[in-house]
Design a protein around this ligand. Sequence first.
Ligand code: PMP
Length: 360
Amino acid sequence: MNKPVPQPGIMEIDLYVGGASGAPGSNVVKLSSNENPFGPSEAAVKAAGVAAHQMHRYPEIDGYSLRAALADKYGLEADKIILGVGSDEILQMICNAYAGPGDEVIYTQHGFAMYRICALGAGATPVEVPECDRVTDVDAILAAVTDATRIVFIANPNNPTSTMIGLAEVTRLADSLPPHVVLVLDGAYAEFVEEYDGGAELARTRPNVIMTRTFSKLYGLGGLRVGWGYAQRDVIDVLNRLRAPFNISTIALEAAKAALADTAHIDKSLAENARLRVWLSEALAAIGVQSDASMTNFILARFHDQEEAEACNDYLKSQGLIVRPVASYNLPHCLRITVGDEPSCRRVAHAIGAFKAGAR
Ligand code: PMP
């Protein structure tokens, strides 16, 4: 079967401004990919180093020990968890499993770019629905559902808006969708929300709900590519048919287990993020740049228009500050800024202040 080439491609989306920028010793600060500003847990680095001595061996075929560690930490069942090369791979497996030509895949107006890419990759039709003031609108999603709908993706909290809907709304969505529709609750940023299980309970109790999570954000392992999904057994069985055996390396498995267990690093990362996302948002508001209350590890800074956002981005770049323009998310007047450590937050706030005061 000839499948259409996904448009726009991954390079155009520019999801990952990679490379050495932000490396230790460099004056460049990278605040563009919502990574943990404190880096990986030292315990994870050590575990990866030890595991490196086993790189001549194949890893566990299905990452059992990490699934067991996740089950233990989050109170889930290991046999209802699947691991992916980043949660991106889980999103891709879901589209390939449940959608194809003639099917529709729904996501929100400012939803994560991979939903569209994965839908197109599966040959399905992407359907974008409006949000309400940058917040997921359950009624708009329900109104867009047709007989052809196969998947609804929502990120809760959402990237790049940083907003979320409450559990009551997510539950209403899950309960109102017809049974032929799979609801994917993307919890890439769920750890940054206090007292939110990322949709785990819904995925446990509803046959058509899948929760996805990642080690790339709070756990600081974006470069190792580890994500996971949780759903009822028959859904996990379907996804496993698409999963390549040995998809997660031994180094990644061992580092992820160590990262999960490093509560000191987790607590510090969460506490600093909670403090600094408010600080940054307020510092920007004081100089006339608004943002919604962030439930994530980034803020979405709103400028007057696209021209001002682009000029500010250019100025920040000239100052060694890399943030994320989000024109490809239909938000041309905004810049997404990862909440860095305190010096980075101060630097970016200062630079935006200077820009607003006329620096170019
Ligand atoms: N979902 C959302 C909402 C994201 O923002 C991201 C990463 N930016 C992902 C999924 C994918 O993360 P990863 O593949 O690194 O696990």
